[in-house]
Write a protein that binds this ligand. Sequence first.
Ligand SMILES: [Zn+2]
Length: 432
Amino acid sequence: MTARQVVRNARHWKTGEPFELAVEGGRVVASGGPGAAGSGKNDVDAAGAWLSPGLVDLHVHLREPGGEGRETIETGTRAASAGGFTAVACMPNTHPVIDNQAWVAWVLQRATQVGHCRVHPIAAVTMGQKGEQLAELIALAEAGAVAFSDDGHPVMSAEVMRRALEYAKPTGRPIVCHEEDLTLRGHGHMNEGPVAARLGLGGIPAAAEVVMVRRDIELAELTGGRVHLAHLSASGSFEALRDAKRRGLPVTGETCPHYWTLTEDATAEYDTHAKMNPPLRSARDRAAVIEAIREGIVDCFVTDHAPHTFEDKRQPFDLAPFGIVGLETALALTITFLVKPGHLTLARALELWTDAPRRLFELPAVTLEPGSPADFTLLDPEHEWTVDASRFRSKGRNTPFDGWKVNGKVLATWCGGEITHMEESWMEAPAR
Ligand SMILES: [Zn+2]
């Protein structure tokens, strides 16, 4: 049993009102206005920072097993806690692929041993993510898989996707769809458009995403299975998602900070740190992402944290792998580019990183009320800082945001009542 600790002088994430809480044994035991939490040992003076339930990222690549040179469960979850996250769902495109119960159990066990936050494995839809033979979805759900995905690859066969949705349906778990028609993608390396044409690089048309989104919406209607559309980037995808919601279909969708922050122009200097899949798109697509977020069409935010080694990304653009890291910049990019310009309130932005993803994958609820797991994030939305990739906890340094000035800093993170991250400069501040 850990000693009682009080976090005082905070502001409540929804109301901004003065707020404090007490933690004991990994749970919130008292909370409310000034004086509500009493006193404890090693109390933390939050000095007016905002206290929110811990952030959740439903789409990260922890690379373990098999990709330990790029990231491990230990380093990936350390990066997550530095970014304010107390839970992540990790993708199964590892080596070997997480396509059986034993590997799901292994990820869960490894996370308990070395993890700095909660880890929820997503299992493959098909064996080896080959798109042919279905994995044993019901057994995988029983082993603890929170969703199914062949992420990294689309399920190209509509028939296989149909069966997957039918088999997944009784588990209540969604299929997370990486939407990319490989016949349309061809040998593309970035968005099809004027920048690709000027650089002489093969382009990936937005339609490669949109036609698959449309297909899987139809399959959700046919089967009644839950479709969750991964990392949406194209204007047409949001139109399709809007349409699916209007029809009352079991379809949800996510997008990532880079799609509301950047356009294909970021790749204009052959910067491989801006090479990702789906690719950064046009200014019109970026505006559509923001509009869909404002409207409430986007169900949650995710990072698609995809670490690569320095050597991997130091190759010519057409040879470098797709992907950027995102855990340690996600909150700041949300505050800087959505909250500050007035697209979202801070409370709504935080909801899309906390309650919304928990509901989507039916993870245990986290509140700041007594009885809740003590998983929370203390943040200062105004704090300006400069992204310095060399200081990332992730093994990955592959970010196009290195050197950017941003607002919104995670000061401390608690998971299960333990402090899993505390910002050094803040910890050393004399007032504390
Ligand atoms: Zn993907």
